[in-house]
Design a protein around this ligand. Structure first.
Ligand code: DER
Length: 221
């Protein structure tokens, strides 16, 4: 079985009746959303909130009840993927362009389950370019400030145009040599005026669920 699907379906086992569930974004979260829909067809009763328009559309198509944020006080479990996970469970996320909303769901969740295949585990973050969401106003000046932190930058494009996030902003993918202090770098980036948020998720993960190519799945708390 697909190791991403293995990890996703294991995470969904932790969802109980009556929970508010945060739906992540990306190809691994896709399998979690599919499994949640299957369990709802089997009688599971939950309410869900989505981290992106894509995930909301998929949930609606599958009959998962999406509720407005005004109707909830907290999220019981958020299940989401990641682009990289280091040995301290710090993450790089944002490959799918949803990092701002994903981080809001994660910080407001009692439990944040990250689901990955084994290829996502790294010694140090930074092989994957760090996505940073910024406002369009004075974009070149904000990018200059990001470069001062020691990275190369590239504005994310889609179909030959700047990629626009669900929040109407753009994403700058920042390549650092190696990110050895993700907690500090996260703070430094978010202090730059014009930055909305970045893809470093530090000290947020409750459980890491890893799917392996040999068919195994492991949970690390
Ligand atoms: O954009 C995101 O943060 C996604 O969760 C991404 O990091 C994981 O993508 P994948 O599950 O398609 O590998």
């Amino acid at each position: 079985m697909n190791p991403k699907k293995l990890a996703a379906e294991k995470a969904v086992e932790f969802i109980e009746d009556g929970m508010v569930v945060g739906l992540g974004t990306g190809s691994t979260a896709y399998w979690a959303i599919q499994k949640i829909a299957q369990r709802i067809n089997e009688g599971l009763r939950i309410r869900a909130v989505a981290s992106s328009r894509d995930s909301e559309e998929l949930a609606n198509k599958l009959g998962i009840p999406i509720v407005p944020f005004s109707e909830i006080e907290f999220i019981d479990i958020t299940i989401d993927g990641a682009d990289e996970v280091d040995t301290h469970f710090n993450l790089i996320k944002g490959g799918g362009g949803a990092l701002v909303r994903e981080k809001i769901l994660a910080i407001n969740s009692k439990r944040f389950f990250v689901i990955v295949d084994e290829s996502k585990r790294v010694e140090h973050l930074g092989q994957f370019p760090l996505p940073v969401e910024i406002v369009h106003f004075a974009v070149n000046l904000t990018i200059n400030k990001l470069k001062e932190l020691g990275c190369n930058t590239r504005i994310r494009m889609r179909n030959d145009k700047e990629y626009i996030t669900d929040n109407g902003n753009i994403i700058v993918d920042c390549t650092f040599e190696k990110i050895v202090e993700p907690i500090e770098l996260n703070k430094q980036i978010n202090l730059i005026p014009g930055v909305v948020d970045n893809g470093l998720f530090t000290r947020m993960v409750s459980s890491l669920i890893v799917g392996y190519n040999d068919g195994n799945v492991m949970i690390f708390d």
